[in-house]
Design a protein around this ligand. Sequence first.
Ligand code: DUC
Ligand code: ZN
Ligand code: ZN
Length: 484
Amino acid sequence: MHDLGLTIRHGTVVTAADTFHCDIGIKGGRIVAMSEHLPAGSRDIDASGRLVLPGGMDSHCHVEQLSSMGVMGADDFYSATVSAAFGGTTTIIPFAAQHRGHTIKQTVDDYTERARTKAVIDYGFHLIISDPSADVLGRELPEYIRTGITSLKVYTTYDRLRLDDAQVLEVLALADREGALVMVHAENHEMIRWIATHLLDRGHEAPSFHATSHSALAESEATNRVIQLSRLLEVPLLIVHVSTTEAVRTIRTAQTLGVRIYAETCPQYLFLSAADIDRPGLEGAKFCCSPPPRDEESQEALWGGLANGTFQLFSSDHSPYRFDASGKLPKGEKTTFKDTANGVPGIEVRLPLLFSEGVLKSRITINEFVALTATNHAKMYGLHPRKGTLAIGSDGDVAIWDPEKEVTIRPAALHDNVGYTPYEGRVVKGWPETVISRGRIVVAGGSLQVECGSGVFLPCGRPGPIAWGRKPSPATEWFKSLIG
Ligand code: DUC
Ligand code: ZN
Ligand code: ZN
């Protein structure tokens, strides 16, 4: 047999479908051989006692993003991708975030340049649409969707981001015409604003009031509303960072009715709670994200949704802000819950947390773990089977896990640039020890092995839910013909 280049031998291979003993050969960046016994390649990794998984894919993370409040995230494309790789992730899809008044071209050019020179693993982009002008909808988006940015995030809240229902419908209609997927941040803006105003008027400024204002009902209402918008046009929708019991039920009910609603949840909703935001002083600001972590009942509902298929995706929503005036606390000690930058870091610990608490505690199977953290992301964004699985012809993106390794999560051991972790002190079992991207060993022996800028841009394909979609009903066909 010709030299296989890199071989990974004697390991237990896990995909979203199966678990089996198999050696893997990688050449020219792609998997070229999978067999019970392969000869050693010019570089050989002995994976005895190890789990050989597809590299993780994190399709919800914010990297080098200027927030709508003007705060720059703590991680650039170098620190974020290094951190992702150390946690077993080999592909990310962060956001190119349009600010109002900016064109899509300005937005994409900006993020493209930042990522190109710094990323160490492969990346695609979603677009955040905050200004769906006629030119954006009619000319720019169709053009950029064709270049491989095939997913659009819209918000129902945040002063400088939110779209009204009619605008969400316009984006859905555009996505339907052009073959893109719409992701929604679903929270009722007016409820949040009303509660927050009254709290601040009464002098309630502490971080815990962030959770009070972002009521679970605000999420339920907006989740239900965007589902009805999706039904009106029969256009699929992905609801991101779901945090509440009621939202899980609403999504499940819609799915049961045959509505193409997809859903994502994140570590902060399984492993953090409102009690964390209630820590003394400003400490709780470290846990402020939107939606906020909730309660134990919600955590259980989310675990149920991960196990029964309500959720297709488990992403980090890594939103890194330092715990100082450059990030979480723009007004120092005087920062109120309304001024705090929203978001928590989690790109490196996403997989170990879910492996330890989900797989090892038998809440989900290891194959469901792979589906939720890699394969479904690749399918959702049109990157499968190049990414997200281990198969002949797929990119050689592999994470070799030591399932026995115990790690106490500490900020100093992580590779992001945040300086704290909301999971500090938590002990997890299982960690990826060797991480490979397109056949390049990115992480081995606890150190980074690749150069800055060695990751490549991935044009995403037609998103799975669109590519495999049903024909719309006759009633919707007629309705769509009206709006042309
Ligand atoms: N909420 C978001 O919508 N995005 C980033 C982080 C957050 O808390
Ligand atoms: Zn969001
Ligand atoms: Zn987000």
